[in-house]
Design a protein around this ligand. Structure first.
Ligand code: SF4
Length: 80
């Protein structure tokens, strides 16, 4: 849980936005710019089409980090 909170930049007990490619800081629209580990060939996720990444990691990969936009949304959810 501590790792999850770190990825979400959240405090214990906070409401969290969903963890997936849509809310990830490494989602550059069409491609992933993160460095997760692909499940099919153990290679880097960097450059992977987001559509493909989204299917492979419904809950985000091991390199997920919350994006600024979704962090702001999450802060609002928690009254900050
Ligand atoms: S594959 Fe991982 S790093 Fe890339 S956008 Fe999805 S959660 Fe983020």
């Amino acid at each position: 849980m501590e790792d999850k909170l770190r990825k979400m930049k959240a405090n214990p007990g906070d409401k969290l936005v969903e963890q997936n490619c849509s809310t990830c800081e490494f989602n550059f629209g069409d491609v992933c710019t993160g460095h997760g580990t692909r499940m099919d060939n153990s290679e880097d996720t960097y450059g992977m089409p987001i559509e493909e990444a989204d299917k492979m990691f419904p809950a985000g990969c091991n390199d997920y980090g919350i994006s600024l936009d979704y962090f702001i949304e999450q802060e609002k959810l928690n009254g900050r």
